[in-house]
Design a protein around this ligand. Structure first.
Ligand code: FMN
Length: 175
């Protein structure tokens, strides 16, 4: 037996999805951070990833002015940070200052990552496509930092934070 679901619920059938923080440079030179879980791998060569970002987000405005960003992959200890950065806009609050987040500089991208992340993927904006009520932001990966001892060819011996809507998160343990 199946039941009908409204078409706009489809996105929730494709979650849980990884919880990440997207960091961008603000026009005043400071940085903004927002939570994003609609992220996906796209291409190995060239190395591309994609993030669906609603155009009303301050993050999108920052991205259109400075085409670099980082995608920081989170573990369960960053759940509260993810919830805060996913419900408050950088237009109103300097989230990095408010949460006293520490920044980690990369060498090939001028936008930093957030300390405490499991991995930081530094990107240059490759393309910005129409994606309905979101933009499909494609980033060309310039550089990656990953925490010691949790990644060999794939994740290992680590807990990842996944999100599936509302305030619902789940931890996935990779042996
Ligand atoms: C766990 C979680 C995941 C989210 N994923 C996305 C996403 O993939 N794309 C998006 O546009 N907004 C997403 N949001 C909403 C934004 O993070 C939220 O609107 C944020 O306040 C935008 O911040 P900004 O205005 O500073 O850019 C998510 C929120 C949460 C809590």
């Amino acid at each position: 037996m199946y039941k009908q679901l409204a078409p706009e619920r489809a996105c929730y059938l494709l979650m849980p999805a990884p919880t990440t923080l997207v960091v961008t440079k603000r026009p005043d030179g400071k940085f903004n951070v927002m939570t994003a879980s609609w992220v996906m791998p796209l291409s190995r060569n060239p190395p591309l990833i994609a993030v669906a970002i609603a155009p009303r987000r301050y993050t999108y405005e920052c991205l259109t002015k400075h085409g670099e960003f980082t995608v920081c992959v989170l573990g369960p200890d960053m759940k509260d940070v993810a919830m805060y950065c996913g419900t408050v806009s950088g237009r109103q609050v300097d989230k990095i200052e408010k949460l006293n987040l520490k920044l980690i500089n990369l060498s090939k991208v001028t936008v930093p990552g957030i300390e405490g992340s499991l991995a930081i993927i530094g990107c240059k904006l490759w393309k910005d496509y129409d994606g309905g009520d979101h933009r499909i932001i494609v980033g060309e990966v310039q550089e990656i930092l990953v925490k010691e001892n949790c990644f060999a060819d794939t994740w290992k011996n680590v807990e990842l934070l996944y999100y599936y809507g509302g305030e619902k998160f789940i931890t996935i343990r990779i042996p």
